[in-house]
Design a binder for this molecule. Sequence first.
Ligand code: ATP
Ligand code: MG
Length: 304
Amino acid sequence: MALTSISLPSLQKLASGKVRDLFALDDADKLLFVASDRLSAFDVVMKNGIPNKGAILTLASAHWFRVLAERIPGLKTHFIGLDAPAGLTADEARAIRHRSMQVRKLNVIKIEAIVRGYLTGSAWNEYQAKGTVHGLAMPPGMRLSERFPEPIYTPSTKADQGEHDENIHPDDAWREIGDRETARRVQELSLQIYKTAAAYAEERGIIIADTKFEFARDDEGAIYLVDEVLTPDSSRFWPKDGYEVGRDQDSFDKQIVRNWLIKEGLKRREGVEMPRDICEATERRYKEVFVKLTGQDFDEVVKE
Ligand code: ATP
Ligand code: MG
């Protein structure tokens, strides 16, 4: 069964996003970050969820936080640990098993820090129309799914609830963020993390076509990597095996749901219920990419 709403009466709920719910902990510097099984596509949350999705996203993010911290000296992340906090009832602890993490509570920087290694999605649409990606000139004659000469930082605004994110030129990101030095650092970190992760994933047969990071600051202004990282919700993952320029790739993410919504004419419609076969296929895809990236079988991990 998919869990679409998280109720923890023992803790105070601070916020509820499209996928995650945030709860206060006794230590005011920390949060309990809980991923539900909700799925959002085209910025709209589906009525039903994908079984195990919250746990897959949480465990995949935890894996990446460890991998990245090991490979990028000095990288700060919000990740504290996967232990459940003290003081929950047995039912509450069971409900959030494998889907919660304790994180540092920080001030989120209002930018979606997107990095693209390959030409696809909205970038492909813009490129076909204007030869640019987020206003950046790109080499002529590029084809769908082609690798960029270098990964590019293509931020978008972090829209308030109900609004859609807007693609912006990297040089304009500081206007959203407030200062140029933070904007520069976010761009530099985004590219560094993408390159590190892309090399790691490629060794495991996965191409990270693009991904989105979020960053935050503590009260002293230090910058942290936060939110979920390099999950199938925040990234386009392609199998390296079978990758071919000039066509769409068979991606390990919620593309199955997006394609179904488009086919049914349900794109951006509220309250859509996904049929069982679409949910099952999506769950399988999420599990497939989990084992490839972490080397661990999801069902084995959660059995313990
Ligand atoms: P949003 O549009 O706000 O990103 P979302 O629907 O993507 O919403 P979720 O992923 O469901 O949001 O919820 C996670 C929320 O927690 C996001 O708003 C994210 O910015 C915020 N967040 C992530 N890490 C932290 C942190 N360390 N401290 C405070 N807030 C955080
Ligand atoms: Mg999010």
